[in-house]
Design a binder for this molecule. Structure first.
Ligand SMILES: Nc1nc2c(ncn2[C@@H]2O[C@H](COP(=O)(O)OP(=O)(O)O)[C@@H](O)[C@H]2O)c(=O)[nH]1
Ligand SMILES: [Mg+2]
Length: 209
């Protein structure tokens, strides 16, 4: 995509990921951005990545913030959450404690630090490719999501199952919230160029002699 096309988006959304270390947050972002998950790649100290997406005929610029591993010490703070339009809350379906930490800790932190009260959250149960090791049921996850008003799905960064859908559902829902959509509108989108062209230099037609 060329640079002029990249500015040609209708909305810019800040999306971020929350949840325990090792649940697959960075892998989900990688899987979404580049369709490639390197199992040996450590969590990098990245700040954000950008992906363009068209949803419902609208061109969206997603700025996706991932943690740099500081979630291990539970030190994600206001600056990380500030201005988020959508939050992906990730747990590992094979590790029940990662789900409990979401319900008991991360969801509270998200509520406390989100500056957008209407911010959309999606609960993502990752690693469903390890079905035989599953410890968290779909039912308990969706009951929690329903009680909190979160969207929810299960996914696998490894097989890419529901990865695209996760970001798409989130973006779709953000677009439906007038406050969020308005705030995220691209006000510097280049206007269509006027069709008229300037007369060629020295054409003489308008030159006062
Ligand atoms: N089987 C499986 N492993 C995954 C999946 N997503 C991530 N992993 C692995 O889980 C580990 C932690 O992933 P990472 O993305 O670093 O987690 P983060 O700490 O939440 O960012 C890595 O070894 C990944 O390869 C998945 O969907 N399925
Ligand atoms: Mg990570």
């Amino acid at each position: 995509m060329g640079s002029s096309a990249e500015q040609d988006y209708d909305y810019s959304f800040k999306i971020l990921l929350s949840g325990d270390s090792g649940v697959g947050k960075s892998s989900l972002v990688q899987s979404f951005i580049s369709h490639f998950v390197d199992n040996n790649r450590p969590t990098l100290g990245t700040d954000f990545q950008i992906k363009y997406l068209t949803v419902g005929g609208k061109k969206l610029k997603l700025t996706i913030w991932d943690t740099a591993g500081q979630e291990r010490f539970r030190t994600l703070t206001t600056s990380y959450y500030r201005g988020a339009h959508g939050i992906i809350m990730v747990y590992d379906v094979t590790r029940p404690e990662t789900f409990t930490h979401l319900t008991d800790i991360w969801s509270k932190e998200v509520e406390q630090y989100s500056t957008n009260q209407d911010c959309i959250k999606i609960l993502a149960g990752n690693k469903v490719d390890k079905e035989s090791e599953r410890k968290v049921t779909k039912e308990e996850a969706s009951a929690f999501a329903k009680a909190k008003g979160y969207l929810c799905l299960e996914c696998s960064a490894k097989t890419r199952q529901n990865v695209e859908k996760c970001f798409q559902d989130l973006a779709e829902k953000i677009l439906q919230v007038p406050n969020l959509a308005e705030q995220a509108k691209n006000t510097s989108k280049p206007q269509p160029k006027p069709t008229q062209t300037a007369p060629p230099k020295d054409s003489g037609c308008c030159t006062i002699q």
